[in-house]
Design a protein around this ligand. Structure first.
Ligand code: F6R
Length: 364
């Protein structure tokens, strides 16, 4: 039921503080601020390489998590879209761990990749939203997201819940591998637990985003830029926009702009820059200046610190709460979802049932 919302997608965007909190509470122990995972017959401390496979938005969650596994656990991560994975004859060490991420748990390519990994002697971990799904049944380590049924075809709350589980898993892996102390683990858990409130603060900007959607709706092409763990958010923002508003959109790593895409920039092309303040901010701002110097219409999504420093000359800004970098990808998912949603409303497209798309892709 949609309740007071116009669309399932809108309802699901607004459910995120609640469902992320629900998901976190099944992985984090508040009594001692530690991560608690389901029992699993693999000693995670012996894992030397992680293979992540998924499609679409779930793949972007995996891309964010790659930063976390590498940063916290110093675990090498190999990641691929499921439709490419099997066809490149991937090198899989006996006893390795393969991680599959899927809202539906039925995506044909992801499932085929899972079975391929099983045959190659991998242990199978699955982050899945539908607990009765095929992938859930075939997992050695089942890590459910508790987003509840996702009805809108464009994935929203499943993504932030996947990130919540993956953040907890990365911290747990880091502890198991002796890369993270108890104190550091407690700190990570505390930051993860700040996510629901920060998501609420992000949702407070719904009206601002609705107002600026009118600036984006007439565009033929839109670019999204991000760096580091915000690069997958740029890809996710572009995917959301093209899926439901049918505007051509691409996400790029900020630093890649000058290697080609900058040729596209003119006064007609809005460029959405996703850049929380922090160590990577200045670099991204200089990429943003390059875009602006060529007439690009920049929309900056940042926190008050970042906006104070760099909002001059932007056609619009969206202010996010100041958050720890670990939860920034969850928080910055909200404005890119809302922007796609409101642009689609302006364009009058069918938000919950976009053309040519199915909620669950069961053909390879
Ligand atoms: C994007 C979207 C798709 C799915 C993809 C994977 O909004 O919905 O890109 O993310 O089809 O689906 P699951 O996660 O069910 O495997």
């Amino acid at each position: 039921e949609k309740g007071n919302y116009r669309h399932f997608m809108q309802k699901e965007i607004f459910e995120q503080p609640t469902v992320v909190a629900q998901t976190l509470s099944s992985y984090l122990r508040r009594s001692d601020n530690s991560v608690a995972l389901p029992q699993f017959d693999v000693d995670l401390s012996t894992i030397r390489r992680l293979t992540i496979v998924a499609c679409g938005t779930s793949y972007y969650a995996g891309m964010v998590a790659k930063y976390w596994f590498e940063h916290f656990a110093r675990l090498p991560v190999d990641i691929d879209v499921a439709s490419e994975f099997r066809y490149r004859d991937p090198v899989l060490e006996e006893g390795g761990l393969a991680l599959f991420i899927s809202q539906s748990g039925e995506t044909a390519d992801t499932l085929a990749a899972l079975r391929h990994c099983r045959k190659e002697g991998q242990k199978i971990a699955v982050v899945v939203n539908v607990p009765t799904s095929t992938m859930a049944r075939e997992a050695d380590l089942l890590l459910p997201t508790h987003a509840g049924p996702e009805i809108g075809v464009a994935s929203t709350k499943a993504f932030t819940c996947q990130l919540a589980v993956l953040g907890a898993l990365a911290a747990h892996m880091a502890v198991e591998k002796g890369r993270m102390s108890r104190e550091e683990e407690q700190e990570v858990v505390r930051h993860l637990l700040e996510a629901p409130a920060a998501l609420n603060a992000a949702l407070d900007h719904d009206d601002d985003i609705a107002a600026m959607a009118h600036l984006i709706a007439p565009a033929r092409d839109v670019l999204y830029l991000g760096r580091g763990q915000d690069y997958p958010l740029a890809l996710e923002g572009a995917l959301k926009l093209k899926e439901i508003s049918y505007i051509h959109a691409e996400g790029y790593a900020s630093g890649e702009m000058k290697h080609g895409p900058i040729a596209l920039i003119d006064e007609q092309v809005p460029v959405i820059v996703i850049a929380p303040s922090g160590p990577l901010f200045d670099k991204t701002v200089s990429n943003m200046e390059e875009v602006r110097a060529r007439g690009g219409q920049v929309v900056l999504i940042s926190d008050s610190k970042g906006l104070e420093q760099a909002s001059e000359g932007c056609i619009a800004t969206i202010e996010m709460p100041e958050v720890h970098p670990l939860i920034a990808p969850l928080v910055y998912a909200v404005p890119v979802q809302l922007l796609a949603y409101h642009v689609a409303l302006v364009k009058g497209t069918d938000v919950d049932q976009p053309r040519n798309l199915a909620k669950s892709v069961t053909v390879e």
